[in-house]
Ligand binder design. Sequence first.
Ligand code: FES
Length: 56
Amino acid sequence: MYVCLCHAITDTQIRQAVSQGDTSLKEVRQRLGVGDQCGKCSRMAMQIIQQQLELE
Ligand code: FES
């Protein structure tokens, strides 16, 4: 599922970023660029990061 339409980033990519060591939206943003344009995806991206951190 696409989370960030500006950069065509999926929830799977965000989950993979967490699996590779990212622990915050800031870190995932630096890696993938999620949320750095319109910002509309930031809330959902944060929820996915949180969920994935709980699974790790
Ligand atoms: Fe992610 Fe616009 S949808 S920055």
